[in-house]
Design a protein around this ligand. Sequence first.
Ligand SMILES: [Zn+2]
Length: 587
Amino acid sequence: MPRKRTSVHYALSWREPNSHLFDVAIRFTAARQDPELSLPAWRPGRYLIQNYAANVRQWEASDSRGRVLPIQKVGKSRWRVEAAAGTKIVVRYRFFAGTLDAGSSFLDEREAYFNGSNLFMMVVDRRNEPADLLLQVPEGWDVETQLPRAGGAAADGSELRLARDYDHLIDSPTIIAPDLRTHIFEEAGAHIYLVFQNADGIDTRQFVEPARTIVASQAALFGGLPLDEYRLLFHVGNVWHGVEHEDSSSIILRRADLLGARPGEEGFDHTLAITSHELFHLWNVKRIMPQRFRPYDYSVETPTRLLWVMEGITSYYGEGTLVRSGLWTRERYLRHLAREISTLESSPGREHLSLAQASLDSWLQEPAQMHDKANSWISFYNKGEIVGVLLDLQIREMTGGRKSLDDVMQALWKKYGSGKSGIPEDGFEAAVRRIAGDGIEPFFRKYVDGTEPLPYEELFATAGVELRRLPAAAEPGLQLSVRAVSERLFVESVVQGGAAARAGLLPADEIVALADIRVTTQSELKTALRGLAGTRHLDILIARGGQLRTLHAEPAPYQSVEISMVIAADADAGQRGRLESWLGNPS
Ligand SMILES: [Zn+2]
């Protein structure tokens, strides 16, 4: 492939890894007087303002002869260099990288990991020009990233990577570390890299064949892989978290769940599920994307009603791939689905917040700003997945089993996958209509734009699956969640309409005592409540605003929702056929 000349040159290095400070240098020639640079305020995959500029410090600018040029901030994420057009400019700054999640950047003595969206400023007006990135790699350390190499490593250990443009540069998570463990396999004409960082004590090889199965299954759905190489960059850490990119994913696995985990166990299953979800994104959101994201505006919120399609439908295909490809049994899959439905049916917000609205309002869901999230919010991942399942069953029912959601995804891929245009806000519904007919319209009004109860029984019955609502334990309680901090107990959330809510408790209240019994931990609260069983009027001593207050509660039983799903023993041949075409042949 002929190389286009790069015009913006990035360099990343560090001096003391345990300072967690990256040194970034950007070299470019000013195309106009007083050029400006900006840093994203959010990153694709997390639809919340995160203000990465908060971690930038010590910025300075000079010309090619080392003469200092004035540089000033002209916005919260924007800088201006005073220089004439044509000046060769170097901008340098430091970036604090002390948080490790799938979308962050992290530096210590064991690794350098970054998401370019956090730390690489864009030279304004040069977004679409090719760029390169010079990495200063310590001896014996390796680099894994989707950015292609320009030649081999230099004698001084530096390594040059190429980016088509700024978007490609910042879409490319990178790990540089001395002990990366990499497994490579070929599937659907592409090389797939499984890269593990910090995987001591984990049997990483056992994920290779399942990963191959997942890749093969999803590639078959879309008629192949639209890439030559794909990287799954795994960190073994302390959370479950994944972020998708064009030709790679960054995934954090939870060590405590993964140590010793074998197929069928929670940690193993979760690893497959998150891998499958992120891989599916290479089609759905990285190539089939909302029109509102073409191009991304990294400086402001970019609301779209389609996030449930991007995340919820991807979640459906995430676990769906596992059952259809035989990695999971149908029973295992239905257990997963039942848990998702239990979560949704236990969310008070489902009664007033629609799926489309939750998608649009993703930018408001930061708990520091959304003060009653437990009661006001629903997850568009969670409800989006369930609506995806039901929509699939609805399409199959309306077309006599001839069409499915797969046809919709294939049509979207054909129409939006390779081009520069994105899905308009009504484009997903329009694609479904073309497959299922206009009769599908009420489904969207009721369950996507509206908050009507979902038609579980009716649609699962078409595939011979029964949904049962189990009576859950209903001991009298307060219906709140708490968090203990240094022997002090704080309210985290109260359930709308529950006993704690009626008594007036608020998130952040400190619970000091129940009926004069001091409580400092979650288990003490439980024990006290059990000891007070039968008490109809309960005094709760709380601290709020620096004062002690007594609130009066009436403990009450609370029926939480627990769902189970089973394949009906008396399902007829039609239902069994639908089940097979939906979830695949039994393994
Ligand atoms: Zn996702």
